[in-house]
Design a protein. Structure first.
Length: 53
């Protein structure tokens, strides 16, 4: 019979804080939205075509 092994799991030190991400500014979000180009009618039709994929 095999003995059960006890695992020593890593414990987080108390002085570590979770990483905090910057909130995106409205200016950056508006620039990103303006860069998204509208697809042409032909490109939309190509993307929706059943056998093209």
């Amino acid at each position: 019979m095999m003995e059960m092994l006890k695992f020593d799991y890593w414990k987080v030190p108390e002085n570590i804080t979770p990483e905090k991400f910057k909130k995106p500014s409205a200016k950056r979000l508006s620039k990103k939205a303006s860069k998204n180009k509208q697809k042409s009618v032909n490109q939309k039709a190509k993307d929706n075509y059943k056998y093209a994929k």
